[in-house]
Write a protein that binds this ligand. Structure first.
Ligand code: COA
Ligand code: AMP
Length: 632
């Protein structure tokens, strides 16, 4: 038996012993007496009798344990030309100071704090300061518009919002403060205060009595030497809420707890990523996404690594060699990013010549996730970098790898197009719509047998019924991933598509239902369907098909432009919504359900079966013709 099979079997035969052993890597306040408590929580609960503090494990223990002068965070910002290395000692000082500011603003254990920030180190400091106080952070990605931010404010009711005056995108500065002000204006549950990081690229006005200056307030506490102890929390207390797209415009608040999260994440640094404490690890994502939470901030810091916080793009900041410069300059051993980043680099530098300008000799491994890794991109990356490329599959809900190649345990042979095998903790099955387990090689719903392992979501924020109905109801006894896939006879998984209305654009998870809600509100739109169509760079792009109201006599091009603008204003630029195709009719079932997945296959030129329930098959040809006319 290989080391992976041994590890998987040891988990399966005695999960309690497996997780208790790993839990020994965490510094608890009160030790867990056991790992799993089947009677607590929706499907059981992890380390329910233990107490701990995540900030202590990510920062304090490294300062006292010999890593005080090691870089904890390297901030590399080609977009501003800034570099900053922050040691664990400095990180602790910054976190304590911000925790003191939050305390002064009345933030205490259990209170929520929204963090709406660009990729600056203060975003990570803010997360850790909340963790230190036992407050629950909710990071909102900077590419979301005011209305999306307001929805999250109303759902989690933060006492305070930490933000910045601006973010910087290639060629333009994004003023964050007007977005924040608008969000607070339209939200029903207004935060009592905000803490604003002024950036020199575009400072903003502060509202007296509500807005506080990040630098001035933290400086006050650093000067005064204010101490803030780590607050003891239950392992099951929430560390954060991360909103992710559901099938409607109302996002799902994925909850992460403290104890199980630490246990699982720290373990993955060696087992999944084969990284030793002290090494430099880089996840090129954004703190607004789960990859940023888990692998820019928490896992590398829990493990005593140096993490790179990169404010830039794979191309254009300044060129397609930026990733190689960062790897070379900071001696990065492992990079984790989304395939779309590599497709962007490949498009600019097809031969990968820029990699030749840098010393990448210490670089060991590239990890890809967030969307399907197409074999072309993998082969290209292998050739240019000369290292193994590891695909792995997970979700916001899981927080860490569900299926991957456990390189730190045993590197398994790569099968292109497969993120490899189930990690210990996950019992993955492929089932048909009736919930029957399918034989190897057959396509079906990918589900995970309950309980989910430590680190996975225990529930949705204040929405236990939605948690049950969205994830646990359809296949009793299993967690529904909403991905469709195949498992081969060697246990290798192949993820093929989502089974819901979620699309994946440049590694960003978006709800087509959410976009439809926005478009349908346009006064000239009678009905619409948004689908994800194939795109060679971003994987998928949202495309809207609109039926206009009868009698509309304005130029259709005006309406198309207004719809595009509306989605950008209401959801944000991250939606990347630029395709609005006028149509006469939409293909539907006889019961009136729009056949979105058939439409997608028609547009992408894939094989499809005309659904037996279709009302009028001729509409599929019409849609294809409408699309061809639009695309020219
Ligand atoms: N704040 C404000 N606007 C933002 C933003 C932010 N934090 N992030 C993105 N946007 C904007 C972009 O500027 C773009 O605006 P535009 O329509 O005016 O051009 C829009 O949102 C769409 O962004 P994106 O889909 O990311 O496209 P892009 O052309 O800017 O970049 C890639 C494409 C592939 C280079 C980029 O998506 C990328 O690096 N992705 C890989 C890494 C990653 O983030 N993965 C996510 C999870 S692992
Ligand atoms: P998110 O919650 O944003 O991380 O998105 C999770 C979804 O992205 C999954 O449910 C999949 O549909 C998709 N995804 C993530 N990683 C992979 C992968 N390695 N291969 C295929 N799809 C992936």
């Amino acid at each position: 038996m290989g080391a992976y099979a041994e590890s998987y079997e040891s988990w399966k035969s005695d999960p309690e012993a497996f997780w208790m052993d790993i839990a020994g890597n965490i510094d608890w306040v009160d030790q867990p007496s056991r790992a799993f408590h089947p009677d607590k929580g929706v499907y059981g609960s992890w380390f329910a009798d233990a107490t701990c503090n995540t900030c202590y494990n990510a920062v304090d223990r490294h300062v006292s344990g010999g890593r005080a002068d090691q870089a904890a965070i390297i901030y590399d910002s080609p977009i501003t030309g800034r570099h900053r290395s922050i040691t664990y000692r400095e990180l602790l000082k910054d976190v304590v100071a911000l925790a003191a500011v939050l305390q002064e603003r009345g933030v205490a254990k259990g209170d929520r704090v929204i963090i709406y920030m660009p990729m600056v180190p203060e975003a990570a400091v803010a997360m850790l300061a909340c963790a230190r106080l036992g407050a629950v952070h909710s990071v909102v990605f900077g590419g979301f518009a005011a209305a999306e931010l307001a929805t999250r404010i109303d759902d989690c009711e933060p006492k305070c919002v930490i933000s910045a005056s601006c973010g910087i995108e290639p060629g333009r500065v994004i003023a964050y403060k007007p977005l924040l002000d608008e969000a607070i204006d339209i939200s029903a549950k207004k935060p009592a205060s905000t803490i604003i990081l002024q950036r020199e690229q575009q400072p903003c006005d502060l509202i007296s009595g509500r807005d506080f200056d990040y630098a001035a307030e933290t400086a006050k506490h650093i000067e005064a030497g204010t101490g803030v102890d780590c607050v003891e929390v239950a392992a099951t207390d929430p560390l954060y809420i991360l909103y992710t797209s559901g099938t409607t415009g109302q996002p799902k608040g994925v909850v992460r707890d403290n104890g199980g999260h630490m246990v699982a994440l720290q373990w993955t640094m060696k087992s999944v990523y084969d990284v030793e404490p002290g090494e430099v690890y880089w996840a090129a994502s954004d703190v607004g996404w789960v990859v940023g939470h888990s692998y820019i901030v928490y896992a590398p810091l829990l493990n005593g690594n140096t993490t790179i916080l990169f404010e830039g793009k794979p191309v254009g900041t300044p060129d397609a060699g930026t990733f190689w410069r960062v790897i070379s300059e900071h001696k990065v051993v492992t990079l984790f990013t989304a395939p779309t980043a590599f497709r962007a680099i490949k498009k600019e530098d097809p031969q990968g010549l820029l990699a030749g300008d840098y010393d990448l000799s210490h670089f060991r491994m590239l990890y890809l996730a967030g969307e399907r890794a197409d074999p072309d991109t993998i082969h290209w990356a292998e050739r240019v970098l000369g290292v193994p490329v590891i695909d792995h599959w997970w979700q916001t809900e899981s927080g860490w790898t569900i299926a991957g190649n456990p390189v730190g345990i045993e590197m398994l042979p790569v099968k292109y197009g497969s993120p490899t095998v189930a990690m210990p903790g996950y019992d993955i099955r492929i089932v048909n719509d009736e919930g029957e387990v399918l034989p190897a090689g057959e396509l079906g719903n990918v589900v995970v047998k309950l309980p989910l392992p430590p680190g996975c979501l225990p529930s949705l924020w204040k929405a236990e019924e939605r948690f049950k109905s969205a994830y646990l109801q359809e296949f009793p006894g299993y967690y529904q991933t909403a991905d469709a896939g195949i498992m081969d006879e060697d246990g290798y998984l192949f993820i093929m598509a989502r089974t819901d209305d979620i699309i994946n654009v440049a590694g960003h998870r978006l709800s087509t239902g959410g976009m439809e809600e926005v478009i349908a509100a346009h006064p000239d739109v009678a009905e619409c369907a948004v689908i994800g169509i194939a795109d060679p760079l971003k994987g998928q792009l949202p495309a809207g098909f609109l039926i206009l109201n009868k009698g509309v006599d304005r130029p259709v091009s005006d309406i198309q432009a207004e719809v595009v603008k509306l989605v950008r204003e209401k959801i944000g630029p991250v939606a990347a919504f630029k395709i609005a195709v006028p149509v006469e009719r939409l293909p539907k079932t006889r019961s009136g359900k729009i056949l979105r997945s058939t439409m997608q296959k028609v547009i992408d030129g894939q094989d499809f079966k005309v659904p037996a329930t279709i009302d009028d098959p001729a509409i599929l040809d019409e849609i294809k013709a409408n699309w061809e006319e639009f695309a020219g």
